[in-house]
Design a protein around this ligand. Structure first.
Ligand SMILES: Nc1nc2c(ncn2[C@@H]2O[C@H](COP(=O)(O)OP(=O)(O)OP(=O)(O)O)[C@@H](O)[C@H]2O)c(=O)[nH]1
Ligand SMILES: [Mg+2]
Length: 252
């Protein structure tokens, strides 16, 4: 259950949804970065669901796909850049390097698990000057059955427990769907090249005293074949990476 505070923030954020004149959201220049590896079936739909009236730049980082991800993304109207070095973090870093100068950067997966129409809700607390980093929490939001595996839920819970223990900060998720002010993002000097990326951002944000807010987001089963959470190898590697990243930052 979302806390009362979480629900209030959610309601505030939803009220900030419509980009009407005078609404702080309409004054923000928002770019969306979508890291994508072999997502040709999903990527067009993800792009189509991004509210264009709120977003000035949709950047798909093709991470060495062997299918038609790049062509499908371009056909759907995204700017496509290539990053041959594999890894979720590598793709995000390339996206950051290619940004024009937006006020806010939103990260969303290319597999249609997140709800891109929630971008304005995610940016709401930043537009209201209440946050520097907003993390979409899939455990506070509505999840479709099977969208998060039991291993993912358990791993998330354990990682959040460690974050609370070591950094005295309560999180409910390491969700990939998130929004951050561009100057804050630059200050974090992100470096992780794979699945330590999301937790690295959370730890560095806490250490630098950024205002971090979680909002509930919806989550659904991905389109296409699972690469990480649905495979034993992917789950073990991602879990190991997340835990070692937490410990490494705790003992620099
Ligand atoms: N697995 C993987 N994903 C990448 C990579 N580079 C970019 N991505 C993209 O990063 C996003 C998250 O990866 P996913 O494969 O969806 O990871 P996940 O959500 O943990 O697991 P599944 O959805 O079950 O595969 C997707 O949009 C991928 O296409 C990479 O090197 N490996
Ligand atoms: Mg996924």
């Amino acid at each position: 259950m979302p806390s009362r505070r979480g629900r209030r923030r959610f309601v505030d954020a939803v009220e900030a949804l419509a980009p009407a004149p005078g609404n702080p959201l309409s004054l923000m220049d928002i770019a969306v970065i979508i890291p994508a590896l072999n997502e040709e079936e999903a990527i067009g739909q993800v792009i189509a669901e991004i509210p264009r009236e709120s977003v000035s730049d949709i950047l798909v980082v093709d991470n060495g796909s062997t299918d038609n991800t790049a062509a499908a993304a371009a056909a759907a109207g995204a700017r496509v850049v290539a990053e041959p070095r594999r890894g979720y973090g590598s793709a995000c870093l390339r996206g950051i390097a290619e940004l024009r100068e937006p006020d806010v950067v939103v990260f969303v997966d290319g597999d249609h698990s997140d709800y891109p129409e929630e971008v304005p809700m995610l940016v709401g607390p930043i537009a209201a000057d209440e946050a520097d980093l907003v993390i979409g929490s899939r455990t506070l939001g509505q999840r479709e059955a099977g969208s998060l595996t039991p291993q993912q839920l358990l791993g998330n819970r354990f990682a959040c427990f460690l974050l609370r223990l070591l950094y005295r900060r309560r999180f409910t998720d390491l969700g990939p769907f998130r929004a951050i002010r561009r100057p804050s993002l630059a200050a974090l000097k992100m470096a992780d090249r794979d699945f330590g990326w999301t937790i690295e951002m959370q730890i560095k944000a806490v250490k630098r005293g950024l205002r971090v807010v979680e909002v509930p987001v919806r989550y659904r089963p991905r389109i296409g074949r699972s690469k990480i959470s649905g495979t034993l190898r992917g789950t073990v590697l991602a879990g190991y990476k997340i835990i070692t990243t937490i410990l490494r930052h705790a003992c620099p």
